[in-house]
Every structure is written in C-alpha cells, then in structure tokens.
Design a protein around this ligand. Structure first.
Ligand SMILES: [Zn+2]
Length: 157
C-alpha cells in the first residue's frame, strides 16, 4: 500500500512557500525604505517631505519583523506538511512517523531511507502483526486464515 500525500498537506506545503516569499519581501523592506526615505527627506539637501519620508523607516521595520515571523511560520508549515505531524515531532508516534517520512525520503532521494531502515532495527523491528484473511468462495465473507469454516455461511473454506 503506497501512502498518498493528502491534498491538505500539499496545500499546506505550498501555503508555507507563499508565506516565505511574502515574508522575504516584507523582511527586505527596510533595506528599500531607508534609502527611499533618505532621498525623499533630504532631496537636494533640503528636508522636503520630512514626516512622511522618515515615518517609512519604522513602518518598514515593523513590516520586516512581521516578514521574519512569516518566514519562520512558513518554514514550520512546510516541515509539518512534508513530514506529517508525527515526523515533525508534534506527535510522538514512531510507526506513524515512519509512514509520514516516506514522502520526505522520496524527496531526499532515498538517502534517508537507509538510515530509517537502520533505525527500525533499533526501535524493535517490523512489529506489524499481519493477519492473513481468506475470502469465502460462496458468500464473499472475509474469514481468518486458520478458520476451516466460513463464519457467515458455515461452508468449508
Ligand atoms: Zn461464506
């Protein structure tokens, strides 16, 4: 069974990227605002538009701070989206983490896969108790492998 990446997680991943891009733009604002404010305020050596020009700087710094928060938040969203809640450490569930990390290992080109296989041995091996079921020929009821008669219709399996 291959684990499909849920659309929600894909959306989260892309939303994280958008947040980072917006964040980077906001983060860069002071670097743009300071020279703009300088030239606007002291154009030709005369303070032309003093209040508006100089006010752009603190506003830009506030925007920059928000931008930084967006970058961090967007990055966190992408980690959660890529690895799932378990893989990101939000939920402590080794089995689920293994499942969720399949996407991550796919992106890493299978390098992490070997590490995970090693880790699996340390955790305690593959503990999935697989119950083999057999289907009744006459009524299609699924029975346990070792049962001799169908639980539903009683016919021999
Ligand atoms: Zn049956």
């Amino acid at each position: 069974m291959t684990k499909q990446i849920s659309p929600e997680r894909k959306k989260l991943y892309n939303a994280g990227l958008v947040l980072i891009i917006i964040g980077l733009c906001l983060f860069a604002l002071p670097f743009l605002a300071i020279p703009i404010a300088m030239t606007a305020t002291f154009a030709g050596g005369v303070p032309t538009s003093f209040p508006t020009g100089i006010l752009a700087v603190p506003v830009a710094f506030v925007a920059s701070f928000i931008g930084f928060a967006l970058i961090v938040g967007g990055g966190a969203m992408r980690v959660v989206a890529a690895r799932g809640k378990a893989g990101s450490g939000l939920v402590l569930d080794p089995e689920q983490a293994r499942e969720d990390l399949k996407l991550w290992t796919g992106m890493a080109g299978g390098i992490v896969k070997d590490v995970l296989n090693e880790a699996d041995i340390n955790i305690g091996g593959d503990k999935t108790d697989k119950v083999v079921m057999i289907r009744c020929q006459s009524c299609q009821k699924v029975n346990e492998e070792d049962s001799k008669f169908c639980q539903e219709c009683g016919k021999p399996l």
